[in-house]
Design a protein around this ligand. Structure first.
Ligand code: FHN
Length: 613
């Protein structure tokens, strides 16, 4: 019987006594073996960490609908407002990395933090700014690389309650949670794994002691504030201080957190920022030029050039650019997490608020927000050069950022057959002529753009015949206790979906070891539309896929977690034979089979569309 992980109860092996603020003493001499870190995840043969499909799970629905969030970088670094005057009088500039980049001595940094007093932090004003922008969720730094906790943690005294000039009766995360709940906005916390302050962090021998404190802090955050999302950071290999974080550490942490709250949405930096880590990918300061394969995604971006507040940084992006970025992310099924950096008093800079208001005004005008909220990759058409196209149900939203001259058409290249039933310009009564033209349609508006940022043409489309959901129950699954898939399978059963994250210690069954096993899935796959489907595998170590006897994915060189794809024409209602061969040699084990098409958003191939024969 396959065990699933989500109910995993991980007990920290020791209750944690609060530790005094670690002194700046040099790293301790070679210590006795560190006390056991967090209990190893309750895993082993038979464990499978894949508990649902983030592309369709109720758990992630809000994230996939909301599309637009506010990032807040706020910490002890904010007190310096981007500038540090060295004792020699020279000035060094940086925002949230100022301690490290300006080589501020630890005692000097702790001293300045002691003066931190964000008395004007107004959670209601922050939430209002987010709502005015049309943002639907907020992610605030609870602890950045500096290690300074922005809540009254009991784990140490390096925090806003115990080490600042701030009102000791206040808790800004609690204030933000209350204001977010009242406003119907989801709240998430950023948390940096990399910690410049904790003396146990740099040395692998003492890292488990840091790790235990980190788990305790994360439990505090989850238990006290009930966040909808955890945004990890600081997972990458780096020095000064050395960061020993590994994919296995990430597996254990993710498993622990899902045991704390199975509804949490967690980003891929909980591990090593890979397609198999967490629920979604996190491109930063960039927008992928197409929908991302194998994982949800969210692009995070600054409003100017800094995440933390920098008083000198006036390089603000325009409201138009920001709306265009939001439209681009939505049209590729991504989210946009746009950052504000409050100043030393806790205030969001005016230029930030102004630009956020511009975005909200555009979204609220003439229902233009319909092109974003709940919308996704257009699918039916190629992305045009003159704007972005998103889809919601039978609507296509063509957001035109380069309005054509009078009488000139806007061309859409079709990716599949569909009809346009009607077209209208949001916010205008002007006529839009739609004509079949070459490889798609020409849209010819008769009037002017409704605004200089982007004018939305709403098309009502008929995507043609979609077959009823199938009556499938999954594929035949044969499990081998070797990586050659040789001999008779040890286990034969029906697998509802090919959606497995066995990771380091798991396997398809308790009787199958975590390494050197193979799986063969056979049966048929039934599309609901006659289209060219993209079949996507996420695998580690090797995979091959055949459709109707033709090898369409051949990825049999052992690899780290990897995405492979194939374009396969499928016929609605037809049961196309499918065979998937997979093997795990050693290390991590992952195997997911997804599909997408012009009409089918990316998802794990559902069991209704899979049969054992
Ligand atoms: O080092 C951090 C940086 O300060 C900032 O928090 C960004 C935001 O995602 N993340 C890291 C850089 O990738």
């Amino acid at each position: 019987m396959r065990r699933r992980v989500p109910t995993l109860a991980l007990l920290l092996t020791a209750t944690l006594a609060a530790t005094a603020l670690p002194t700046a003493a040099a790293a301790p001499a070679r210590p006795a073996p560190a006390p056991p870190g967090p209990a190893a995840a309750a895993e082993g043969p038979g464990t499978d960490h894949a508990t649902d499909d983030p592309f369709t799970a109720d758990r992630t629905n809000w994230f996939r609908q909301d599309r637009f969030g506010m990032f807040i970088h706020f910490g002890a670094y904010s007190n310096l407002e981007g500038e540090y005057q060295r004792p020699d009088g020279t000035v060094c500039r940086n925002a949230e990395w100022i301690q490290r980049q300006c080589k501020i001595p630890k005692d000097a940094y702790e001293k300045q933090a002691k003066a931190f007093d964000p008395a004007e932090f107004d959670a209601k004003a922050v939430v209002r700014a987010a709502k005015d922008a049309g943002m639907k969720y907020i992610v605030i730094t609870s602890k950045h690389h500096e290690g300074y906790a922005m809540w009254p943690t009991k784990v140490n005294s390096w925090n806003l309650r115990d080490h600042s000039s701030f009102d000791k009766k206040r808790d800004i995360l609690a204030e933000l949670k209350k204001a977010s709940d009242e406003a119907g906005i989801k709240l998430g916390f950023y948390y940096s794994i990399w910690d410049w302050h904790d003396p146990d962090f740099p040395d692998p021998a003492t890292f488990p002691k840091y790790e235990k404190r980190m788990y305790a802090q994360l439990k505090e955050l989850v238990d006290t504030y009930d966040p909808a999302l955890l945004w990890f950071d600081g997972e990458w290999d780096t020095e000064d201080p050395h960061n020993p974080w590994t994919a296995k550490d990430g597996e254990r942490l993710e498993s622990y957190l899902r045991g704390l709250n199975p509804d949490l949405v967690i980003n891929n930096r909980v591990g090593k920022r890979r397609v198999v880590d967490g629920d979604y990918g996190t491109p930063e300061q960039e927008i992928p030029d197409a929908p991302v394969d194998g994982q949800l995604w969210e692009s995070c971006m600054t409003l100017n050039d800094n995440w933390g507040f920098a008083r000198y940084d006036q390089n603000w992006k325009s409201g138009t650019t920001l709306v265009h970025n939001l439209l681009a992310t939505t049209s590729r099924s991504g989210n946009y997490l746009l950052n504000v950096g409050p100043d030393a008093r806790g205030r969001i800079p005016g230029p930030s608020v102004d630009r956020l208001k511009e975005m909200g005004t555009w979204l609220r005008t003439a229902g233009q927000g319909e092109a974003v909220y709940g919308a996704r990759y257009g699918g039916l058409v190629e992305e045009p050069r003159w704007g972005a196209v998103s889809r919601k149900g039978d609507k296509l939203y063509a957001a035109v950022t380069r309005w054509p001259g009078a009488g000139k058409p806007l061309h859409l290249t079709a990716r599949t057959d569909f009809r346009v039933k009607s077209a209208r310009v949001l916010g205008s009564s002007q006529r839009v002529t739609v004509t079949k033209a070459g490889d798609g349609y020409d849209l010819t508006p008769s009037g002017d753009a409704t605004n200089p940022t982007a004018t939305v043409i709403e098309l009502t489309v008929n995507p043609g015949r979609t077959a009823r959901p199938g009556k499938g129950t999954g594929l035949k699954q044969e499990i081998f206790d070797n990586a050659d898939l040789s001999g008779a399978p040890k286990i034969t059963r029906t697998d509802p979906t090919v959606n497995h994250a066995w990771k380091f210690g798991g396997s398809p069954d308790a009787s199958i070891s975590s390494d050197r096993f193979g799986v063969r899935w056979t049966g048929s796959i039934e599309p609901r539309r006659t289209e060219t489907y993209t079949l996507t595998t996420v695998s580690d170590d090797v995979v091959r896929v055949w459709i109707d006897g033709r090898l369409v994915i051949d990825s049999w060189n052992p690899h780290e977690p990897k995405v492979d794809k194939a374009q396969v024409p499928l016929t609605a209602g037809k049961h196309h034979s499918i065979r998937v061969d997979y093997a795990e040699n050693t290390g991590e084990a992952h195997m997911k089979l997804l599909w997408s098409s012009p009409n089918q958003p990316q998802q794990i191939v559902p069991s209704t569309q899979l049969r054992t024969r």
